[in-house]
Design a protein around this ligand. Structure first.
Ligand code: 5AD
Ligand code: SF4
Length: 459
């Protein structure tokens, strides 16, 4: 299957959108869309594209589902907890549909492509009009049009093996949520098959956007005045759109004017010295590295199929800190992976004490359908996973406070988010006495440190 959706198909979708818009205008109907996004930044970026297409169809964005004629639910499948929440929130739309039978509800994102979910929706959620897998996002105009014309429920889920599906649709307009912060996807999907992770099964094969397309998008954003641009991918280090990710980042950092460039997420096995050197060389590439370690035990890392060791991870961290002194380092950790012993968990605690991350995202292992770890017999009881999770969070809390305290007394360049809040290069929240409007850079002296934020005074 061809990776790039051909330009004629995109044009066709846009012309369907155009005719829908004329039709609504002729009827004097004001159409409104509401989107609810779960999960990661990739989903945020996808939502902005779906909203962009909905806008072409004539839908105006609103902030409450009650006000909408079209509801887009963009779902996340990474942990069971997120799925339960999604189903219960979606359940609340049933009432809205009863009050307004012409309401269109689309169930999109990672869960849409998950095994068994479309069937569950078919059976138990009759008020959902369409299930839209991530490969069909660009067909939103057609899907809306079909619902309006036929009122038949439809399922746009890929039945190819997961290693074979996955497309890239260029030239879809984004309706960005912010006027100064932007997401730019550089690659999609994942071929790593970490044994706990559902992403490869729901997002399909790894594929990269063309170098020229990414550079043009970033250049356009800088020109429009965007100040905080994040390059996104499940594993940006395996970007393969013509140059290495380090080269792509370098090019994207080379436009004029003050703006910040970030990237997410990196896999430690592929985080290269070349990439760290580029970060060190360009002051507008944020001095922040999110490098998910997942565990401090070599045995668990091997079981997770992470393909690096504690030692090689520590070496990369040492190189990074040598090249970029003071770099903000954040990570993800899963506790209670099947077969994780107390000794393995101790290894994780010792790793976080050794590395001293600025911030840690900790997760309780959640068995995901279709993944090999979920089929293991040695699952850890929930209470034990929770105990480890709490111990890990407590240990990190103290480290985060101490790490935040290192900023006190220093002057940091911050980007205002308005309403008294701003962010450092490392992404730490700074509460300010007064703030310039959102999207303006300023210097602030840091006066106090807390677990979740810093306090500062504008200069
Ligand atoms: N259970 C718990 N956490 C998970 N993650 C991914 N899959 C699972 C799972 N099955 C975490 C990993 C990853 C982050 C985005 O989510 O830590 O880095
Ligand atoms: Fe999941 Fe591993 Fe791919 Fe990240 S690298 S998306 S954790 S399979």
């Amino acid at each position: 299957m061809e990776i790039f959706v051909n330009a004629t198909e995109i044009e066709r979708q846009k012309s369907i959108a155009e005719s829908l818009r004329s039709r609504f205008a002729a009827e004097g109907a004001e159409k409104r869309v509401f989107a609810r996004t779960y999960g990661c930044q990739q989903n945020e970026a996808d939502t902005e594209k779906m909203l962009g297409l909905a806008a072409l169809c004539g839908y105006k964005k609103v902030e409450t589902p009650e006000a909408a004629d079209l509801i887009i639910v963009n779902t996340c499948a990474i942990r069971e907890h997120a799925e339960k929440r999604t189903f219960s929130c979606t359940g609340a739309y049933k009432k809205l549909k009863e009050q307004n039978p012409s309401l269109i509800i689309l169930f999109c994102g990672c869960m849409a492509q998950e095994r068994g979910v479309a069937e569950k929706i078919k059976r138990s959620y009759p008020y959902i009009d369409a299930v839209v897998g991530t490969d069909s996002n660009h067909r939103l105009p057609q899907i809306i049009n079909d619902v309006l014309c036929t009122r038949k429920r439809s399922y746009h889920v890929n039945d190819l093996p997961h290693a074979e599906f996955g497309v890239i649709a260029e030239d879809i307009p984004s309706l960005r949520a912010s006027g100064y912060k932007a997401w730019v996807s550089v690659m999609y999907g994942c071929n790593n098959y970490c044994t706990y992770c559902i992403v490869p099964y729901v997002r399909g094969r790894e594929r990269s956007r063309r170098y020229e397309d990414v550079v043009a998008e970033v250049g356009g954003l800088v020109e429009k005045g965007y100040k905080d641009i994040t390059l996104l991918g499940q594993n940006v280090n395996s970007y393969s759109g013509g140059v290495s990710f380090a080269k792509l980042l370098e090019k994207c950092a080379s436009f004029g004017g003050e703006y910040r460039l970030r990237f997410m997420t990196s896999h430690p096995k592929d985080a290269s010295a070349e990439l760290m050197d580029v970060m060190a060389a360009y002051p507008n590439i944020c001095s922040h590295f999110h490098l998910p370690v997942q565990s401090g035990s070599d045995r668990v890392l091997a079981d997770m199929n992470r393909r690096y060791t504690r030692e090689s991870y520590l070496q990369k961290v040492a190189y990074l800190r040598e090249k970029i002194p003071g770099v903000t380092l954040t990570s993800d950790i899963i506790c209670g992976f099947p077969g994780e012993t107390e000794a393995d968990f101790e290894q994780t605690l010792s790793l976080i004490r050794q590395v001293r991350f600025d911030m840690l995202y900790t997760f309780i292992y959640s068995p995901r359908p279709g993944t090999s770890a979920a089929m293991r017999a040695d699952q850890i009881p929930y209470e034990e996973k929770l105990r480890r999770f709490e111990q890990l969070s407590q240990t990190q809390l103290q480290i985060t406070i101490e790490q935040n305290e290192r900023h006190v007394g220093k002057t940091l360049r911050v980007l205002s988010e308005g309403e008294g809040a701003a962010r450092t290069e490392g992404g730490t929240l700074v509460s300010l006495d007064s703030t310039p409007p959102a999207g303006i850079f300023a210097d602030a002296v840091i006066t106090a440190a807390h677990p979740a934020n810093l306090e500062g005074k504008l200069i």
